[in-house]
Ligand binder design. Structure first.
Ligand code: ASP
Length: 603
C-alpha cells in the first residue's frame, strides 16, 4: 500500500518538531534560493512550506506549479525571524526526505491564488483549478457546513428528508419550464421542476407531516443579475400549522447556519414588516434594514404649495417623499448626479437640498419654498447641518422605486459583516401585468388572506405569502397554501386559467386536493444566495461548484451543445427551419474565422 499522506498540513505545529510526516497536495510558488528549493504544498486544509535540497532531489528544480505531489519530511521550526504569521503553519516547515511527483501540471491558464483576478469565463472553463484557490475551497466548505446545519436542525425537529423527481409535469413559479423530450412517448415532454412545490403539497396530502429537501430547481429565465437557471434551495413544508410554525422553524434553521458559518448567534424572533410598510418606508419588498434613511412622506408639508412641480403632482393624486441621506460633503456635480440617477430610474426629476452649517438650504429650488415648507422639510426629515436631502414627487410607485434605489446607492454597506434578517409579510395575492392581466405575486397555490376580498377586489387582496430578506436580498419565500379544491379552482379562474385548461394542466393536482388535504404551509430558502451573503461574496457563482455564465453556458463542459440528428430523430424532434438556418450561418462564419486564422498564421 502506498502511503500518500499521514497528516493534513494544518494538523502540524511546533508540537510535532522532529517528526517524520508525509503530506500530499499541490505545488505552490516553487522558488530556487541558490542551493535550496522552497515551495508551499497546498492540501485541503491549507499550506505547508517545504524545503528541498536539490542535490538530493534534482527533480525539485524543475517542479511545476500545481503539480500533484506527495512529500515525506521532518517537521522543523523555521529559523528566527523567518516565521510567516499569516500562515496557520507559519512557525514550521518540512525538510523533505522523500519527494514523489504524482502528476505534472501543464502550463496554467491563470495563477491559482487568491490575489490574482482573472477573467470569469476562463475561471469557469478551468473550474477544477479555480476551486483549488483557498477562497473557493473555503466557499465549498462553507456550503457543505451550511447544508449540514440545515439538515441537523430539521432532522432534530422530526422533519423527513424526501426526494422528489426532476422529470415531472410543469410546476409554475413564474418562469419558463425547461423541457425534456420523452423518447418513449414522442411528442411528449417532461418539465424540470421550477421547484418541488406541488410535490411537497402532495406529500402533505400523503401524511408526511414535516418535509424538507435540499432540492435542485430549474428556471429557464433570462439571466437577470446574479441568478442561475439551475439552483439549489432548502425546500420545506409542514401540515397542520400556519405562518407562525413556518417562521419559528426557519428562524431556527437560519440561526443554525449563521452560527456554523459565522460563529455568532442570531436574535430571534426576527423582525417583521408588512409588504405595504416595506414599500412605503424602503421602496422595495426586499428592504435592507441595516441602515435608516427611510423614505418619509412630505406631501402634508407641500399641501397648497406654490412650487409648481410638486403642486401638479399632488393635484394628480401623486405623492412627495424624501430621504435624509445623512451628513455628506457632496460637490455640485455629485448632487446633480442624484438628479440624473433619479431620471434614469424613471422619475421626472429630483430635488436635492444640502443643509449649510447655519441651517440654510443650498439647493437650486430652495428659493421656491416658503418658510413653513422649509421648516416642515427640516422637521419631517430630522435634518441637521451637513445633511443632504433628496426629494421626489411622482406616483407612489415611482417615488418608492427611485428613492429606494438612491437609498441603497448611498447607504448600503459594502460587506455583509452585519446581518439583518427581516420577514416581509402580507404580500398581495396578484400582481398586475402591463397588459392589465393578473399573475400570482408568489405562486397560484398561495392562500388569500380573505377569499371574499380576492373575489371582489383581486388587485388589492392580500395573501398569506411571506419572504425572508437578509441585508436587502431575498433569501426565500413561502406561504400558507390553499387546501380547498374549490378555492384553488377559483384562483386559476381569476388568473385566466379556465375550466378546461385548469383541468388539463392541473387536473391531477385539483383531484389530489379532494382527498382530505390538511391545512399546510411551507417555505424555500435559496442556499446559493444565503451562503454567498455569509461568505461576503458578491455573486452566487462564487459558492456554486460548477455554475453557468449569464447566458446559461458552461464553459467547462461546453454545454449546451448541438446533438446528432439521430438523437433528435429518436425523440421525434426536427429543428425548425429558422433554427437550422441560424445554425448554418453560425457554422459558415466560424469556418470563415478559422480560415482567416490559418491564413494569418501563414505569414
Ligand atoms: N415553491 C416556492 C419557491 O420555490 C417556495 C414555497 O412557496 O415554499 O419559491
Amino acid at each position: 500500500m502506498t502511503t500518500y499522506r499521514t497528516h493534513y498540513s494544518t494538523e502540524l505545529g511546533l508540537d510535532n518538531l522532529g517528526e517524520s510526516v508525509t503530506l500530499a497536495g499541490w505545488v505552490v510558488r516553487p522558488r530556487d534560493h541558490g542551493g535550496v528549493v522552497f515551495f508551499e504544498l497546498r492540501d485541503m486544509s491549507g499550506l505547508m512550506q517545504v524545503v528541498v535540497d536539490p542535490s538530493e532531489f534534482p527533480e525539485a528544480e524543475g517542479l511545476r506549479m500545481e503539480s500533484c505531489i506527495s512529500v515525506t519530511g521532518t517537521v522543523q521550526a523555521r529559523p528566527d525571524g523567518m516565521e510567516n504569521l499569516d500562515l496557520e503553519t507559519g512557525e514550521i516547515d518540512l525538510a523533505a526526505t522523500e519527494l514523489n511527483v504524482l502528476s505534472v501540471a501543464d502550463v496554467l491558464p491563470f495563477m491559482v491564488d487568491d490575489r490574482t483576478e482573472s477573467d470569469e469565463v476562463v475561471r469557469l472553463q478551468y473550474r477544477y483549478l479555480d476551486l483549488r484557490r483557498p477562497r473557493m475551497a473555503a466557499n465549498l466548505r462553507a456550503r457543505s457546513q451550511a447544508i449540514r446545519a440545515i439538515r441537523d436542525t430539521l432532522n432534530d425537529l422530526g422533519f423527513l428528508d424526501v426526494e422528489t423527481p426532476t422529470l415531472i409535469n410543469s410546476t409554475p413559479e413564474g418562469a419558463r419550464d425547461f423541457l425534456v423530450p420523452a423518447r418513449m412517448r414522442p411528442g411528449h415532454f417532461y418539465a424540470l421542476p421550477q421547484s418541488p412545490q406541488l410535490l411537497k403539497q402532495l406529500l402533505m396530502i400523503s401524511g408526511v407531516d414535516r418535509y424538507y429537501q435540499i432540492a435542485r430547481c430549474y428556471r429557464d429565465e433570462d439571466q437577470r443579475s446574479d441568478r442561475q437557471i439551475e439552483f439549489t434551495q432548502l425546500d420545506m413544508e409542514g401540515a397542520f400549522w400556519d405562518e407562525e410554525g413556518v417562521w419559528a422553524t426557519i428562524e431556527q434553521v437560519v440561526a443554525a447556519v449563521v452560527e456554523r458559518l459565522r460563529g455568532v448567534s442570531v436574535e430571534v424572533p426576527l423582525p417583521r414588516l408588512s409588504y405595504t410598510d416595506a414599500m412605503i418606508r424602503y421602496g422595495t419588498d426586499k428592504p435592507d434594514i441595516r441602515f435608516g434613511m427611510e423614505i418619509t412622506n412630505l406631501s402634508d408639508v407641500f399641501v397648497g404649495t406654490d412650487f409648481r412641480g410638486f403642486a401638479a403632482v399632488l393635484d394628480d393624486g401623486g405623492t412627495v417623499r424624501g430621504i435624509n441621506l445623512g451628513r455628506h460633503e457632496m460637490s455640485r456635480s455629485q448632487l446633480d448626479a442624484l438628479v440624473d440617477r433619479a431620471k434614469e430610474l424613471g422619475a421626472a426629476g429630483l430635488v436635492w437640498i444640502a443643509i449649510n452649517e447655519d441651517g440654510s438650504f443650498r439647493s437650486p429650488v430652495a428659493k421656491f419654498f416658503s418658510d413653513r415648507e422649509t421648516k416642515g422639510i427640516v422637521e419631517t426629515l430630522s435634518a441637521s447641518p451637513g445633511d443632504v436631502l433628496a426629494i421626489v414627487a411622482d406616483s407612489q410607485r415611482v417615488v418608492g422605486a427611485v428613492l429606494g434605489e438612491i437609498r441603497l446607492d448611498v447607504g448600503k454597506p459594502k460587506d455583509n459583516d452585519e446581518l439583518s434578517f427581516v420577514w416581509v409579510t402580507d404580500f398581495p395575492v396578484f400582481e398586475q401585468t402591463e397588459d392589465g392581466g393578473l399573475v400570482p405575486s408568489h405562486h397560484p397555490f398561495t392562500a388569500p388572506a380573505d377569499v371574499d376580498e380576492m373575489r371582489t377586489a383581486p388587485t388589492e387582496a392580500t395573501s398569506r405569502a411571506y419572504d425572508l430578506v437578509l441585508n436587502g436580498s431575498e433569501l426565500g419565500s413561502g406561504s400558507v397554501r390553499i387546501h380547498d379544491p374549490a378555492i384553488q379552482a377559483e384562483v386559476f379562474e381569476i388568473l385566466g386559467i379556465g375550466g378546461d385548461e385548469a383541468h388539463s394542466r392541473f387536473g391531477w393536482f385539483l383531484d389530489a386536493l379532494r382527498f382530505g388535504t390538511p391545512p399546510h404551509a411551507g417555505f424555500a430558502i435559496g442556499i446559493d444566495r444565503f451562503v454567498a451573503l455569509l461568505q461576503n461574496e458578491k455573486s452566487i457563482r462564487e459558492v456554486i461548484p460548477f455554475p453557468k455564465t449569464q447566458t446559461g453556458a458552461d464553459p467547462l463542459t461546453t454545454a449546451p451543445t448541438l446533438v446528432a440528428d439521430d438523437q433528435l430523430r429518436d425523440v421525434g424532434i426536427d429543428l425548425r427551419p429558422e433554427v437550422k438556418a441560424a445554425l448554418a450561418e453560425a457554422e459558415s462564419t466560424q469556418a470563415g474565422d478559422r480560415a482567416e486564422t490559418l491564413e494569418g498564421s501563414d505569414d
